[in-house]
Design a protein around this ligand. Structure first.
Ligand code: GLV
Ligand code: MN
Ligand code: MN
Length: 411
């Protein structure tokens, strides 16, 4: 199949730019799972899938499927349409669009392949709306956690209610799952979201594994008081305790430097939240990631001990809820090698690197052998409107994916 990476990249960019206009807010990109913007984005992507010759369907979690070929065994290719708050435009959409543009020549040529192709556009990779994440890929992988259905978003709408508003029924979730024997492999193209490829001067990378994550919600309770009258030694300041717990996270995580472990406190709320009241309550989140599940779980235990020690020393209460766990996923070595061969054939060094970001591929790895192709992004910047990948690099990724489809043989 002849390849024109520059033309593929230009088409991908035009589609990414169009999708980026679909946002809940006029001045920044916000596209949450099961929102009206998710609906509009999925409708647009469905038109692209149809135009590419793919048969479109949608499952109980809102995952769009663009299918080609009648074999029961499917090569699954995709990524997500939801975004973080104030997102860049490439994180997610690139992988969906790459899948459509790579499947298109096969669909148009009615190519005889040993597998059918399903391009998947998932709706919930970021976990920006509900305190759970990857609901859509979990349903496809047959590992959807029904305990997440009562979880509510910031406005009190539960996942089950949001699904109904989106026109779906939780009763249909089981039918969204692929049978393991039908899923030959899953491949996801994604921007790297880090600086490694740029530093190495290479456009594409092959992911070796995806970090596991633990997410905690820590609630610190103290006593509200007058900011002007309560002497410092008599205070039970929930925020001061939380601040010490934040520094304790850095200490615990840095002790695991060899593992590349990272820890982040990205959300904190203080109550009552007035300039002249000592905080009675602080609630913050912890996001802890590493490539070794055992080390991460050990760090979570140590952190909980530290937080409790700090709370006791300050006369505070502390409750810790572990609200999200996802295990480290290894990318399938055979698929990594196949992708590497395709990148090499395009004249580039297929850098191997781990992913510090979570991805749908991590969940799909529970269903079938999975792999990821990373695309260099400028400055390693992501989860930021400054996110950028070049037309040339995106075109190379799609070209590599086309070669991959040509060569893929199911086991
Ligand atoms: C998703 O992008 C994550 O890694 O948090
Ligand atoms: Mn992503
Ligand atoms: Mn993301």
């Amino acid at each position: 199949m002849p390849l024109d990476p520059e033309a593929l990249g230009a088409r991908a960019y035009a589609m990414i730019a169009e999708l980026a206009t679909i946002s809940a807010e006029p001045d920044r990109l916000v596209r949450l799972f099961l929102s009206p913007e998710h609906r509009r984005a999925a409708d647009l992507v469905a038109t692209w899938m149809q135009a590419a010759g793919l048969a479109v369907s949608e499952d109980a979690l809102g995952t769009l499927r663009g299918g080609f070929g009648s074999s029961r065994r499917r090569l699954l290719i995709g990524s997500h349409l939801d975004s973080v708050i104030d997102a860049g435009k490439y994180d997610g959409p690139l992988g969906v669009i790459a899948g459509i543009l790579a499947a298109e020549p096969f669909a148009r040529a009615k190519a005889k392949l040993p597998v059918g192709i399903d391009v998947l556009a998932f709706g919930d990779e970021e976990g920006s709306r509900f305190p759970a994440t990857m609901a859509s890929s979990s349903a496809c992988a047959g590992v959807f956690d029904h305990d997440t259905l009562p979880l509510a978003d910031a406005g009190g709408v539960t996942l089950a209610q949001a699904l109904r508003v989106y026109g779906k029924s939780p009763r249909d979730i089981a039918a969204a799952a692929y049978r393991p024997q039908d899923a030959a492999a899953f491949v996801e193209v994604h921007i790297e979201q880090g600086p490694v490829l740029e530093q190495k001067g290479e456009p594409l990378g092959i992911v070796t594994g995806i970090v596991g994550q633990s997410r905690l919600r820590v609630t610190v309770s103290g006593e509200a008081g007058h900011a002007g009258t309560v002497p410092m030694h008599m205070r039970r300041d929930a925020y001061a305790g939380a601040a010490e717990m934040a520094l304790a996270l850095e200490k615990v995580v840095r002790a695991h430097r060899d593992d590349g472990m990272v820890g982040t406190i990205g959300q904190i709320a203080v109550a009552p939240g007035a300039v002249n009241i000592i905080p009675s309550r602080a609630v913050f989140t912890v996001d802890l990631r590493s490539l070794t599940d055992r080390q991460r779980r050990f760090a979570v235990e140590r952190y909980q001990d530290e937080a409790r020690r700090i709370a006791t020393a300050r006369g505070l209460g502390v409750e810790i809820e572990n609200f999200h766990e996802i295990a480290t996923a290894e990318c399938a070595p055979g698929l990594q090698d196949l992708l590497a061969g395709c990148v090499g054939e395009l004249g580039h060094d297929p850098v191997r690197l781990p992913s510090g970001a979570g991805h749908d591929a991590q969940v799909m790895a529970q269903l079938c052998p999975s792999a990821m192709l990373f695309v260099r992004c400028r400055g390693g910047i992501s989860h930021n409107p400054a996110e950028f990948a070049s037309v040339s690099d995106m075109g190379l990724a799609i070209a590599a994916l086309i070669r991959f489809i040509e060569r893929f043989q199911p086991n």
